[in-house]
Design a protein around this ligand. Structure first.
Ligand code: BYC
Length: 333
């Protein structure tokens, strides 16, 4: 007898008493901190949840290249251009590790890419905002990559081996991304009054969307409870969001910038900052596809895919020829 399988998107957690022997053994391995590997038995709900989260994460990495790519030709110096190019290339690499991790769960990359292009799959809300000035590149590195690290460090210890291992390298690179963003903001804040104002304006526009990156509040998060039981999530959305605020406010103060939240207040008793209400209507609007840049982002991804078709075809033809050549040589030997 098997307990009812958990559907992705369910708000309830599977009851341990209702688990069948395989499910119980699976959960016990997770509880003991043993990594689940691709060939291990796993519940269908676990597999679906991982495919959902890892593929959304992969899509976020490659869509995340677009707002920054917008500034490559306008970077103010050769050094900044080289840094930005390296960062954008890293994001492509992160996408690659993550799509590969998702493929170990038995889903094809073509299907995942197809779901992104059709608008069926989600990617992080943050990448649907425009990069209006050069300071936005600094704000993205500092706040967006900073938030990504806070979210991803615990993922290095998540229960699924390929995802956890991919995250180790991703986090190392994100650390460089975040530092270059803060360095860029520092340079602007130490520059002319106009440059400092540009940095303040970027902080004003990126602060709240960065807080939204962590997902809905714990009370509204439909997937959290089950993902926590499976140790895919080690901290809740609100816990990670709080970490981000606690980390970023002193950094903003050091820059001499003001966080755009009149309700922001240090609470000495809890040792945390209290902050104002997040505009959840805006968040839901963006993830429904109605943010300022959703349509542009999808259009750009689809175009890149179509433009690259001849290259993918060429690579496949070359690989096929190489295989045939190797087979002929082996027969002749
Ligand atoms: N945007 O039940 P919840 C980067 C969805 S890349 C859009 O809490 P979960 C970077 C959520 O998917 C950073 N959708 O879900 C790249 C769910 O909908 P479905 C990307 C969001 O999965 C390039 C529904 O809302 N990082 O940093 O337990 C350049 C309910 O949410 C968002 C990752 O992907 C959002 N912000 O928790 C620079 C990290 N938030 O799927 C930088 C891995 C929630 O049921 N992912 N939704 O239809 C995670 O840790 C988790 O998936 C989340 C959400 C914390 C994001």
């Amino acid at each position: 007898m098997y307990a009812q399988l958990v559907e992705t998107g369910a708000s309830q957690v599977q009851v341990r008493e209702e688990m069948g022997p395989l499910e119980r053994r699976f959960q016990e391995r997770i509880d003991a901190g043993i990594k689940i590997e691709p060939k291990d038995w796993m519940t269908e709900g676990y597999r679906k949840t991982l495919i959902r989260q890892i593929s959304q994460h992969a899509h976020s990495e490659i869509v995340g290249q677009l707002p920054e790519g917008n500034w490559v030709t306008r970077a103010p110096s050769l050094k900044r251009k080289a840094i930005l190019l390296a960062k954008i290339q890293d994001e492509a690499g992160h996408g690659l590790y993550l799509y590969s991790a998702a493929e170990t769960l038995g889903v094809s990359r073509d299907r995942l890419i197809g779901d992104l292009h059709s608008g069926k799959a989600k990617y992080s809300s943050i990448f649907n905002y425009p990069t209006l000035t050069w300071a936005d590149i600094g704000a993205i590195g500092w706040l967006v990559d900073g938030s990504a690290i806070i979210n991803q460090i615990p993922l290095c210890r998540c229960s699924y081996g390929p995802y956890a291992r991919a995250m180790v390298r991703v986090c190392k690179e994100e650390s460089f991304h975040s530092r270059q963003g803060y360095d860029l903001m520092l340079a602007l804040c130490r520059g002319t009054p106009e440059q400092k104002q540009m940095a303040q304006d970027a902080l004003n526009r990126w602060w709240w969307p960065s807080l939204m990156m962590f997902g809905p509040s714990d009370a509204e998060s439909v997937n959290s409870a089950q993902s926590a039981q499976w140790r895919i999530k080690l901290f809740s959305n609100d816990e990670l969001r709080q970490k981000m605020v606690d980390q970023s406010v002193p950094q903003a103060e050091y820059l001499g910038l003001t966080v755009p939240d009149p309700k922001l207040k240090w609470n000495a008793e809890t040792g945390h900052y209290e902050f104002g209400d997040i505009d959840w209507a805006e968040f839901h609007n963006v993830i429904k596809g109605n943010g300022p840049c959703n349509r542009d982002r999808l259009r750009a991804r689809v175009k890149a895919w179509e433009d690259g078709e001849w290259f993918r075809d060429g690579l496949s033809a070359h690989a096929e020829k190489a295989t045939q050549r190797a087979a002929t040589t082996a027969q002749a030997a």
